[in-house]
Design a protein around this ligand. Structure first.
Ligand code: TYD
Length: 153
């Protein structure tokens, strides 16, 4: 069996330019091409910088809606556009970077302490998020000023 790695649509740029924010980066996933349809899989720490405990997904997002608007104290996440497309806007308090996700065979790794907003959802987009921990509201910064203060500590 031949496993190819998907090449995202911005891989032609030097990978270092995709990592301006604390360790956040695009990760290409295995892609098994088949005339019957493609298959991509994710094996915990074999493909991601963390083992995961939780998967959730955003779907039926109305046009113009915005998700996220928070940062996490410890949680790491990996975001994949399993259908359609959307933008992930990241900020660490020093700089902001926007990633456009539109393929199922790569995703965006988000370290902790990164403010994220997800917007510009296409019709029918599905945003799958793989998370390093179970849900805990205590892990959120939901106020941007509080987050900025925490980044200076
Ligand atoms: P939130 O993380 O703010 O969503 P998003 O970042 O996608 O905009 O979560 C929205 C609501 O869903 C909030 O009340 C918490 C709840 N929730 C859970 O109960 N479990 C989960 O795993 C997640 C991600 C959210």
């Amino acid at each position: 069996m031949i496993i190819c790695y998907c090449y995202n649509n911005i891989l032609s740029l030097p990978i270092v330019s995709l990592m301006p924010l604390k360790n956040c980066k695009v990760i290409d996933l295995p892609k098994i091409s088949d005339p019957r349809g493609n298959l991509t899989f994710i094996e915990g720490s074999n493909h991601l910088p963390f083992d995961f405990k939780r998967v959730y997904y955003l779907y039926d997002v109305p046009g113009g809606a915005e998700r996220g608007g928070h940062a996490h104290k410890k949680l790491q996440q990996f975001i994949v556009a399993v259908s359609g497309s959307f933008d992930v806007v990241l900020s660490d308090g020093n700089e902001t970077k926007t990633f456009h996700l539109n393929r199922s065979c790569y995703g965006l790794y988000l370290d902790n302490m990164v403010w994220r907003v997800i917007n510009n959802f296409s019709s029918g987009a599905v945003c799958m998020v793989i998370a390093s921990e179970y849900y805990s509201e205590d892990d959120y910064y939901r106020n941007y000023e509080t987050f900025l203060e925490a980044t200076k500590e």
